[in-house]
Design a protein around this ligand. Structure first.
Ligand code: TYD
Length: 217
């Protein structure tokens, strides 16, 4: 699977992942790169169906382990059906969320334990890990206010969690940054979108040795 480049974007609610991914993919395409963008949970029909079960606001009785297993199941299908073939084809895959979301949300914030959640995700991803993860760090109060103000997407079951839950999510991501300093790079998502984009472009260029410079005419 190593011909392409697998990049994941992580962060709490309202961090601006969607905007960053769109702009980043556009910049890459302008430089002649073949890039696909996708998201978790979802990205393909089977995983989108699992997504609608997980995020349904009526499913208030969902058990935390059930939730973690559903995310892992959706991840597995998305990986084998979409991500791995694209990487084998030499494409760049930018994915909105991946295992780190499960570790931060289900492992830390829900209290299932990061190691326990890792164990089901090790089974799900079977070694297919991103070469680079951008973590967009945002104060949850600011992020949730952004979502409410923009009204750009529907409120889902996870958005309805308390502020304390989202603060735990952030704490979980911070633990992951300490655990995987080689793979995860933190970006201050409180900055303007174009400043975030610039920083991420520099990070990718450094990590993949002149990635952006190479194709400039
Ligand atoms: P989404 O609408 O995609 O939110 P966002 O724009 O913030 O990514 O909803 C995905 C929700 O699922 C989000 O609240 C994070 C949560 N999530 C987990 O709890 N665990 C996971 O493994 C993944 C992939 C997402």
């Amino acid at each position: 699977m190593n011909k392409g480049i697998f990049i994941t974007i992580e962060g709490g609610e309202g961090a601006g992942k969607t905007t960053l991914i769109e702009q980043l993919a556009h910049t890459m395409q302008q430089r002649g790169k073949t890039v696909i963008t996708t998201r978790e949970p979802g990205g393909i029909p089977i995983a989108e169906q699992i997504r609608s079960v997980i995020l349904d606001c009526n499913h208030t009785g969902m058990d935390a382990r059930t939730e973690a297993l559903l995310y892992a199941a959706s991840r597995r299908q998305h990986l084998v059906e979409k991500v791995v073939p694209a990487l084998a084809d030499g494409q760049i895959v930018i994915c909105d969320r991946f295992v780190d979301s499960s570790l931060a949300y289900q492992g830390h914030a829900r209290g299932l334990g990061m190691e326990e959640v890792w164990s089901i995700n090790r089974f799900a991803v079977d070694g297919a890990m991103p070469q680079l993860t951008i973590y967009m760090d945002i104060d949850p109060e600011v992020g949730l206010a952004r979502i409410r103000a923009a009204g750009e997407r529907e409120v889902n079951r996870l958005d309805l969690e308390s502020l304390a839950f989202h603060q735990l999510v952030r704490e979980g991501y911070r633990k992951l940054l300490e655990q995987f300093p080689e793979r995860i790079v933190k970006v201050d998502a409180g900055k303007a979108a174009n400043a975030v984009l610039e920083e991420v472009i520099l990070t990718i260029d450094r990590r993949f040795k002149g990635f952006f410079a190479a194709d400039v005419q």
